[in-house]
Design a protein around this ligand. Structure first.
Ligand SMILES: NC(=O)c1ccc[n+]([C@@H]2O[C@H](COP(=O)([O-])OP(=O)(O)OC[C@H]3O[C@@H](n4cnc5c(N)ncnc54)[C@H](O)[C@@H]3O)[C@@H](O)[C@H]2O)c1
Length: 327
């Protein structure tokens, strides 16, 4: 039986690009997604339609927060699980904590228990820089983990996923690679995140809503670089925790300027009060990932924004009608 790679959250932004990359390398992919309504499901369906065209792709619509949701795929010979499924977004997590606990804490525990039960060699788990909160810039991973105090419901549920995975997989034959992503952007990105919302609002000449004065810096990381990191993580001999992000930070105002440049339109900015305290600067330390898998991001923000704007323009027919909610 051919070995298969499982990608949970395959209809989501990162899971979709990762699945595409695996399929392009002729790897057989089992994609799992609940197609939840955390943001406009039409975009998830568009991503899924693209994946479904490949004969090496098999899709299961499962909700991983249900304990036995993975029973049906026990029969496959699985080499790796990429667990990308989650409910993401900080703001929304304060309004709907229960869904975050179900989709992040329960679902991760279920996926990891499944790895343990059928002895899957490795799981690569998506985590987030949001867990660092205000704990500073240039962060090391692991060495400073005891200082982490997640500042949101979202971050708490993601950190609980990390902790449960470590405990459940202790003394098993499953390798655990935790990948803490910083702000990821690019084509097929999430309509609840700043870059896609800004592009949509600027192109359609709508008000560009910015929380705070827009001077907050983010480690914007292009999706292609993130997929490259995820692919390189497979096959490592030991468990690791890595930061996956750009160490060059850019402010929201700079991002808006670039979008103005590539769309040829002016942004009509409306500055709103920041509803919660998100850190001003979040910058990763990349020593560990660089040493272990030789990874560093290579896409500059200008190139990444240009490509994302082009993708929006090419797909404007359906993108202009999506619902763009706040992160
Ligand atoms: N995009 C970013 O900037 C970013 C940054 C840090 C961390 N992350 C993490 O990376 C991962 C992927 O993020 P994304 O941006 O692709 O998000 P996304 O919301 O686009 O994708 C997540 C997918 O998981 C699915 N899902 C959610 N709960 C599920 C469940 N219980 N069962 C099955 N499927 C379920 C959703 O339907 C969605 O399609 C997440 O774990 C997220 O926490 C993302």
């Amino acid at each position: 039986m051919d070995k298969k790679v499982v990608v949970t959250g395959c209809s989501g932004f990162i899971g979709f690009h990762l699945s595409n990359s695996l399929l392009e390398a002729d790897i057989q992919v089992i994609g799992i997604d609940s197609l939840n309504s955390a943001y406009d499901v039409k975009l998830k369906q568009k991503r899924l339609e693209k994946l479904d065209k490949n004969n090496n792709f098999t899709f299961f619509n499962y909700n991983l927060s249900q304990e036995d949701s993975l029973n049906e795929i026990k029969k496959y010979d699985i080499s790796t699980i990429y667990h990308m499924a989650a409910r993401a977004g900080v703001r929304q997590s304060f309004l709907d904590p229960q869904s975050y606990i179900e989709d992040n804490t329960y679902a991760t525990a279920n996926v990891v228990n499944f790895c343990k039960e059928i002895e899957i060699p490795e799981i690569i788990l998506a985590s987030t820089s949001s867990i660092y909160g205000d704990s500073g810039e240039n962060l090391m991973v692991e060495e400073k983990d005891e200082k982490i105090k997640p500042p949101s419901v979202y971050a708490s549920t993601k950190l609980s996923g990390e902790s449960l995975s470590k405990i459940i997989l202790e003394d098993t034959n499953t390798n655990l690679i935790i990948s803490r992503f910083f702000t990821v952007y690019g084509p097929y990105g999430r309509p609840d995140m700043s870059i896609l919302r800004f592009i949509h609002w600027i192109i359609n000449e709508e008000k560009v809503k910015v929380f705070g004065n827009g001077e907050q810096q983010r480690s914007f990381t292009y999706i292609k670089d993130v997929v490259d990191a995820l692919r390189r993580m497979s096959g490592l001999e030991n468990s690791h925790t890595f930061n996956v992000g750009s160490n060059i930070t850019v402010s929201l105002n700079e991002v808006i300027k670039l979008i103005e440049e590539f769309t040829g339109k002016n942004a009509n900015i409306e500055n709103l009060e920041r509803a919660y305290k998100d850190p001003d600067v979040v910058r990763p330390n990349l020593e560990k990932i660089n040493e272990a898998i030789g990874w560093e991001p290579t896409t500059e923000i200008q190139e990444g924004i240009e490509k994302t704007v082009s993708w929006y323009k090419e797909n404007e027919d359906y993108l202009k009608d999506l619902v763009y909610v706040n992160e």
